[in-house]
Design a protein around this ligand. Structure first.
Ligand code: IPM
Ligand code: MG
Length: 355
């Protein structure tokens, strides 16, 4: 089993090192191959996603990804910015299905900015379509406005579009995921305004005919943003497009109080996947040894479950994480009165010990 390990920028190297430690402690030999990605790759090879890195990822059974990005690359032309690496990997591997769970660990209820009764027991899953929508839609660019009241003036434009098969395949993923959970899907759209999302709603409704045991509701994205903070426990599975999924998944992550706890998985049709923490590269705390490695460690557990078919090993890791939390160990992002503050390495070591 071959795993491509791409630590990336900022805290990426520190947190991935801990996840690798945990993988190596399982008592099984995985073939781990490291490569540069993001700003780190740009510095060394002049491109955030060098051909060799993409090839390594494509040839692997799964990719363990840290994080990319740093403010210092904001001035680069778009094609060379670190974020292009993650977009290129999604496209290059066809990773259309993004799973972003938001789970509140009972031990961390105090970390949420919402009232405990609103969030305690929260367990929702965002299924975000990841290779279409306005993120990748062509044409896009800058030009002189061809018409309208500002004709001739400089303008920029992007294209929001979804094809029927793209919506169908993500719908199947969401309904199947709901079957293994509480059997409720909320499809989030903007059908009241956008053609693309009226089509989205129609196609989701059509696919639903094959999943009569699953309850389906449709919700406009603005309302969904509101319901997520009003009554988040009403959600089970949320399925939505690339853009809305990007925004709502950050909102959902924060309900739990620590984005440092949340893993994510991006899968293609062959269950080849990329696994990464939901948070970013956090350049402000990079190199200080204080980043929370648990989201990355839990991402490694998802990797074992979904791409390597090793559910038992995944269970072991998840149990070990619960154990260290129950023991009161906390990185600064989830620390509260009466718990023990530890750094990145100590947290990783504690998970290995709990294993
Ligand atoms: C995410 C990130 C990315 C996205 C960026 C870094 C391109 O925000 O994974 O949610 O917008 O998809
Ligand atoms: Mg995002």
């Amino acid at each position: 089993m071959k795993i491509a390990v791409l630590p990336g920028d900022g805290i990426g190297t520190e947190i991935v090192a801990e996840a690798v430690k945990v993988l190596n402690a399982l008592g099984e030999r995985f073939e781990l191959e490291f490569a540069d990605v993001g700003g780190a790759a740009y510095e060394k090879h002049g491109h955030p996603l060098p051909a060799a890195t993409l090839k390594l990822a494509q040839d692997a059974d799964a990719v363990l990804f840290g994080a990319v990005g740093d403010w210092k690359y904001d001035k680069l032309e778009r094609a060379l910015r670190p974020e292009q690496a993650i977009l290129g990997l999604r496209k290059g591997l066809g990773l259309f299905a993004n799973f972003r769970p938001a789970i509140l660990y009972p031990e961390l209820a105090a970390a949420s900015t919402l009232k405990p009764e609103v969030v305690s027991g929260l367990d929702l899953l965002i299924v975000r379509e990841l290779t279409g929508d306005i993120y990748f839609g062509l044409p896009r660019g800058r030009r002189a406005a061809p018409d309208g009241p500002f004709a001739g003036q400089p303008e920029a434009f992007d294209t929001m579009r979804y094809s029927k098969p793209e919506i169908e395949r993500i719908a199947h993923v969401a309904f199947l995921a709901a079957r293994k959970r509480r059997k409720r899907v909320t499809s989030v759209d903007k059908a009241n305004v956008l053609e693309t999302f009226q089509f989205w709603k129609d196609v989701i409704t059509e696919v639903h005919a094959q999943y009569r045991d699953v309850e389906l509701e449709h919700m406009y994205v603005d309302n969904a943003a509101m319901q997520l903070v009003r009554a988040p426990k009403n959600f089970d599975v949320i399925v939505t497009g690339n853009m809305f999924g990007d925004i709502l998944s950050d909102e959902a992550a924060m309900l739990t109080g620590s984005i440092g706890m949340l893993p994510s998985a991006s899968l293609n049709e062959r269950n080849q996947g990329l696994y990464e923490p939901s948070h970013g590269s956090a350049p402000d705390i990079a190199g200080k040894g204080v980043a929370n490695p648990l989201a990355t460690i839990l991402s490694a557990a998802m990797l074992l479950r979904y791409s390597l078919n090793r559910a038992q090993q995944a269970d072991r890791i998840e149990a070990a994480v619960k154990r260290v939390l129950a023991d009161g160990l906390r990185t600064p992002d989830i620390w509260s009165e009466g718990t023990q503050m530890v750094g990145t390495k100590e947290m990783g070591d504690a998970v290995v010990a709990a294993l």
